[in-house]
Ligand binder design. Sequence first.
Ligand code: 7GX
Length: 279
Amino acid sequence: PIQEVDPTVFDTRFLRKIDDLGEGHFGKVELCQYDPHGDGRGELVAVKSLKPNSKGQLACHLRREIDTMRELYHRNIVKYKGVCSEEGGRTTKLIMEYLPAGSLKDYLPRRKHQTDLKRLLQYALQICQGMDYLGSQRFIHRDLAARNVLVENESTVKIGDFGLTMSMKEDKSYYTVKEETVSPVYWYAPECLVDCKFYPASDVWSFGVTLYELMTYCESSPTTMLRSSEGPMTLTRLVEVLMAGRRLPCPPRCPDTVRELREVVSSAHQGCSLSLSLI
Ligand SMILES: CCc1cc(O)ccc1-c1ccc2c(C(=O)Nc3ccc(C)nc3)n[nH]c2c1
């Protein structure tokens, strides 16, 4: 009988590294070609693997990410392709579709003059549609930022890098942020900074910060904009700045309609996340 081939299982013998794409929270992402016929015409894929000698807990992070990605199907979420096991199944790699245009952070500054407000709002809408689907599957992304939104083509973007994504299936209303090695604090809502609790609404806050990046063509980083003049920014100082009501400035040439959208975003965030009243 013809042997059933599972298209989501990739054979490490045919996976050839071509380039580095980036370093994530606990893994690295590489551009590879999967060339089972050895004719150099195999497809390009993005592969996330653990950094060498990573601790066991990191392996379970990657396992969780794989289990998340295989459940998600949406036009604005990067497609899961499969896994590749090595060393007798001891190490596993996550294989995703490769988007050749990179993230919004790479793409927008280079395409500033070909990207009008309408296009920026199309991207914003698609990010919302992807995030709305993610929320409907009871996941929180926890790392929504322009660097994690990938460009399929000039009219389509997809949410990527679900390295910090958590499932809220056990009908808990929030996820307790544990010791995060490198937390994207400038994209973190106040309740995450103060309470170490991440609610679905916390992704709404991160969307607001991502909208700021969109409207500045990713040329003005929230990290620099929120840095206070009184010396190095610490977590405590960032909380003080936010509690004092300081927010990212309205980007230049950002029309009032989008500014109002920012108000909608912050009230949507305010509406849902309980502990914000403490702020
Ligand atoms: C496998 C890691 C992952 C894990 C996850 O859970 C969701 C998405 C991804 C992911 C992350 C990055 C990419 C990329 C890319 O980085 N593409 C590019 C192209 C060109 C340039 C310059 N830079 C970059 N393409 N597909 C990607 C999928």
